[in-house]
Design a protein around this ligand. Structure first.
Ligand code: FEO
Length: 399
């Protein structure tokens, strides 16, 4: 076992024993250029307890960090807030060494852990509101189904009012900082939003229910410790407000997203003219050329936009592959709940049938097509671009 890794005290008698993944580039389809962390927390109570583990490849690092504080065999309990393998990959090897009295998880977590790793784990299912005495401290469990998987739950430690929130309130940022307030505020907002859009947006109803559940359970944390990215000890209200707004589908009436690709530059010219009209009409526009935009970034930009415009050249009678990729990805995130406004545009060669189909696809995604599609054969002329500009102006006036 490596001895070069140390635990870091994050609160009184609570240690961060996770792993920093500086190299992660992608998390099931979501680009993560800033990497991530897999946070695990060791509570030195009378009953020594480990909250979550790490991805399998970092098992030895986790064990080394634990060993810098206590021998792993002294751990009494393990709590698994979520069965996904970024938090449980280390569990099988850890169990051989630790042999805890029990592994606590939600009932669906028990099922998921059995399905992932087999059943020899001393698994104990906990119900919403159950408490677990650690002797001089106490944990309270809160089931948070679909934040992010059916099995997900929170654990709240009375000592220091620490909320171990697993995926919720996390972000994919690899950093030596233990706390969000040690990083740039702009980065924190961007990456919290990015994470919400790509991981939690499809289950926003469950997020809203969870926020209300915290109030109902009387859980008022002083510190939130997620399993990805830094912890939050300041500005908790701000982060909770972001989550409340995103989960309720609050949109910025002045934000428009134009995602487009182009074959010979025609659709790009149309996109620029439409953007100019939108800007003239008072909108803030995010232009997303898909030749160089990650689909995860599209999701983040769409999260609070009130207008979505999609531009594609016609290729073999269909849309450009990059546009199909982006739409397939974001349609799974339920971008049209609640419904927003949008439009489609693009250039074609000999068949202009794509744009009605594209409009119908957006409508299925929950995007109301406010105006007829703008399409141009081959190359837009000055009057075509003037029409695109007017199109943008009209869409802006409807916001
Ligand atoms: Fe970080 Fe749903 O796993």
């Amino acid at each position: 076992m490596s001895t070069s890794f140390r635990a870091r005290e994050i609160a009184d008698n609570v240690y961060w024993v996770g792993a920093i993944d500086w190299e992660l580039e992608e998390f099931h389809g979501y680009a993560t250029p800033r990497g991530t962390t897999y946070n695990a927390y060791l509570i030195l109570a009378d009953k020594i307890t480990l909250i979550d583990t790490v991805k399998a490849k970092y098992t030895d690092e986790l064990l080394a960090r634990i060993s810098s504080v206590v021998h792993p065999s002294r751990i009494d309990y393990i709590v698994s807030n979520h069965a996904e393998m970024d938090h449980t990959g280390a569990l099988p090897k850890l169990l051989d060494i630790v042999q805890p009295e029990a592994v606590y998880a939600s009932p669906k977590g028990v099922q998921a852990l059995e399905l992932h790793y087999g059943g020899e784990m001393n698994l104990v299912g906990v119900k919403d509101g159950d408490t677990l005495s650690l002797g001089n401290m106490q944990l309270q469990f809160m089931l948070t189904s679909m934040v992010h998987w059916p099995d997900s739950m929170f654990s709240f430690l009375d000592h220091g009012k620490l909320l171990f929130s697993n995926d919720a309130f996390g972000m994919h940022v690899a950093s030596s900082a233990l706390w969000a307030d040690e990083l740039e505020p702009g980065l924190i907002h961007e990456e919290t939003k990015n994470y919400y859009a790509n991981i939690l947006w499809p289950t926003s109803r469950a997020v809203g229910k969870t926020l209300k559940g915290l109030e109902k359970a009387g859980i008022e944390p002083d510190i939130i410790l997620p399993d990805h990215g830094p912890g939050c000890r300041k500005d908790l209200d701000m982060v909770l407000k972001w989550y409340a707004d995103w989960s309720e589908g609050v949109k910025d009436p002045k934000r428009a997203v134009i995602l487009f690709d182009t074959m010979w530059g025609s659709t790009a010219l149309m996109a620029r003219a439409i953007a100019d009209g939108l800007i003239e009409g008072g909108m803030n526009v995010s232009m997303l050329p898909m030749a160089k935009t990650e689909r995860a970034h599209v999701a983040m930009e769409c999260l609070d936009a009130s207008l979505l415009l999609v531009g594609s050249p016609t290729l073999n009678g269909g849309m450009f592959p990059s546009i199909a990729d982006a739409l397939t990805y974001i349609s799974g995130l339920n971008p049209g709940k609640p419904r927003i406004k949008g439009g489609v545009f693009g250039s074609y060669g000999w068949s202009g049938g794509l744009y009605k189909k594209l409009a119908a696809q957006l409508d299925d995604m929950g995007v109301d097509i406010a105006q007829d599609p703008q399409s141009v054969q081959y190359v837009p002329k000055a009057d075509d671009l003037a029409a695109c500009r007017e199109y943008g102006l009209v869409l802006a006036s409807e916001e």
